[in-house]
Design a protein around this ligand. Structure first.
Ligand code: ZN
Ligand code: FE
Ligand code: FE
Length: 270
């Protein structure tokens, strides 16, 4: 069983890397990828834990690109986290995230819902911040009941504390990841809905579509499996598990891909 989309406390997941790996192994997963948002800070601990548990860890990261002001999540696999250009790229992504979190905190304060952003931002050391952590701070301040509630009322696009973010284009993310040995899969296309861009991204070096995902129903999965085949792309998949009380109804061990699919993905390493 293979799950290539998991989050830890290095970004907005609720389990530390070692705890997540232990849970994954206990669920029967044999290969996993830790794909935190714009950071590889969780990979070293996850790798050590995976060795202990006797399972395979594929290095990964989920990178936020922007297309026409909308977030486009892209999964980079098999990247070398020590590649200087790639590490520098992720660092600038995290700097943008920090700036945005401060802007959102200012908005929230102006709305009469201040959060403790200093303790939120303290001590992140290469771990990334984002709106889910602001949501957690809003919950702690008694302003929201859960992450979904916080997004709906304050943080989602169109909500009062929403701040747009800058970001690289998807094709830039593909180029930066490829020069670090990475293979890029378009994350949860059923949520991102940029189907018209897929042919162009395929010519720009996109290797795969994340066909299997907790938020894809059977029809969505079937559709993207077909789109992948049409453009000669591999198929990736994973639960997008953020912890039992994470912001999605993802269950560990439920969304997996086959060894054959992983082998196809891996064969596309540059
Ligand atoms: Zn997340
Ligand atoms: Fe995502
Ligand atoms: Fe994710």
């Amino acid at each position: 069983m293979i799950d290539l989309h998991l989050h830890t406390t290095a970004s907005d997941g609720l389990l530390a890397p070692a705890a997540l790996v232990a849970r994954a192994a206990a669920c029967g997963l044999s290969t996993i990828s830790v794909t935190d948002h714009d950071t590889t800070a969780g990979l070293a601990e996850a790798d050590e834990a995976a060795r202990r548990q006797g399972i395979r860890l594929v290095s990964g990261v989920e990178i936020t690109a922007i297309h026409e002001k909308r977030d486009v999540h892209m999964l980079a696999y098999f990247v070398d986290p020590s590649n200087a250009a790639f590490a520098g790229f992720l660092e600038s992504q995290r700097r943008d995230r920090l700036r945005r979190v401060r802007q959102i905190a200012d908005r929230l304060a102006a709305l009469g819902c201040p959060i403790d952003d200093e303790s939120l931002l303290a001590d992140r050391k290469g771990r990334s911040v984002g709106r889910p952590l602001i949501a957690d701070a809003l919950i702690a301040a008694g302003r929201a009941v859960d992450r979904d509630d916080a997004f709906r009322r304050f943080l989602a696009e169109g909500a009062p504390a929403f701040v747009p973010r800058p970001g690289p284009r998807p094709e830039t993310v593909i180029a930066v990841a490829r020069q670090a040995g990475g293979v890029v899969s378009l994350a949860h296309p059923g949520l991102t809905k940029i189907d018209d861009l897929i042919p162009f991204l395929a010519t720009a070096g996109l290797a795969s579509l994340e066909v299997r995902h907790s938020d894809h129903d059977q029809a969505t999965e079937d559709r993207y499996r077909q789109v992948a085949a049409q453009h000669g792309l591999a198929v990736s998949g994973g639960s997008d598990f953020h912890g039992d009380l994470g912001h999605r109804g993802a269950v560990l061990g439920q969304i997996t891909i086959s060894e054959q699919e992983l082998a196809d993905l891996e064969s596309r390493r540059p």
